[in-house]
Design a protein around this ligand. Structure first.
Ligand SMILES: NC(=O)c1ccc[n+]([C@@H]2O[C@H](COP(=O)([O-])OP(=O)(O)OC[C@H]3O[C@@H](n4cnc5c(N)ncnc54)[C@H](OP(=O)(O)O)[C@@H]3O)[C@@H](O)[C@H]2O)c1
Length: 277
């Protein structure tokens, strides 16, 4: 017997920043929602707002997507609630600032789980239902980090973000002709809690305010990019130019330049207890 489940848009990282705005705009477009992140109180507040303003169903799933297997666990709980993901938004993200050995292997792997492994797992688990229905959307929020040849100081972030852009392109090649849309958005610097780290504060401090984008705008560009089937959606023309330039830059030069920039005023990046003398 075929079980008919209610279709939802799953937004990960829906407790803050771009994820909140993605949830708001998808609800305004009439999608029922599944929200996932660790901070349930913030998601409860958002869910109340969305139910009140848009009369949609909103379910909340507390999930630490830094854990191995969290994608599969989340997918199972969503199915147990009688829901089926027809619009997947892999948005949750965070960085660890410092060199590789400043954090435990477990901490570094948790970032790879969060940014790459669990998004890939969710895509694998949600795709069959979308293919069966002959429609669906997979939207991933990546980063300009995906285009840097290396990124000392945030170590695994850039490579993990590159994986999801590449996976988006690859899945489009493999399954795009079967009704499922794959789209990765590459935000420019966006005014969210994500910027509240020593390095990001340094970068933002050197930028004119007019260059910093709002999470509302980024969410709207991302949803529009997916609606128009854009494989990779940059949120500003400058982003697109930088992405092109970065891919042809020599990694050694880029690595040295980033370290020099990030070390300005930051003793912690110059004096590493974990570098053997
Ligand atoms: N802001 C920017 O300038 C910028 C630029 C390029 C790319 N991005 C990307 O945009 C996405 C959204 O970030 P944002 O700017 O909106 O930052 P944000 O306001 O800090 O939001 C990050 C979201 O990710 C969730 N998250 C973090 N760690 C998690 C974990 N272990 N398990 C589950 N959820 C987790 C957080 O929820 P909980 O803490 O409640 O778990 C929060 O909802 C990220 O993928 C980020 O890499 C941002």
């Amino acid at each position: 017997m075929t079980v008919t489940r209610r279709e939802v848009a799953l937004v990960t990282g829906a407790s803050s920043g771009i994820g909140v705005e993605l949830a708001r705009q998808l609800a305004a477009a009439g999608h029922d929602l599944a929200l996932a992140a660790r901070r349930t109180a913030l998601m409860e507040q958002l869910a109340d707002e969305l139910r009140r303003n848009h009369s949609v169903r909103v379910d909340i799933f507390q999930s630490d997507l830094g854990r191995a297997g969290a994608g599969a666990d989340l997918h199972r709980r969503i199915a147990d609630a009688g829901l089926q993901v027809s619009y997947l938004v892999n948005n949750a993200g965070a960085t660890l600032e410092g060199r590789y050995l400043d954090f435990t292997a477990e901490e570094q792997i948790s970032i790879i789980n969060l940014l790459a492994v669990n998004p890939a797992e969710l895509m694998h688990l949600c795709l069959p239902g979308m293919l069966e229905a002959g429609r669906g959307t997979m939207l991933t929020i990546s980063s300009l980090g995906a285009y840097w040849p290396c990124f000392p100081g945030i170590t695994v972030y850039a490579g993990a973000k590159a994986l999801v852009v590449n996976l988006t392109r690859t899945l489009d090649a493999e399954y795009g002709a079967h009704g499922v849309t794959f789209s990765a958005t590459v935000p420019f610097t966006t005014d969210t809690a994500f910027l509240d780290t020593p390095t990001n504060r340094q970068i933002v401090g050197r930028m004119p305010n007019s260059m910093i984008q709002s999470p509302q705008r980024v969410a709207s560009i991302a949803i529009d990019g997916a609606a128009h089937g854009r494989l990779v959606q940059h949120t500003s023309p400058l982003n697109r130019v930088l992405a092109g330039l970065l891919t042809v830059m020599p990694p050694k030069l880029v690595g040295r330049a980033i370290l020099a920039f990030m070390s300005m005023g930051r003793d912690d990046l110059n004096q590493h207890k974990n570098i053997p003398s």
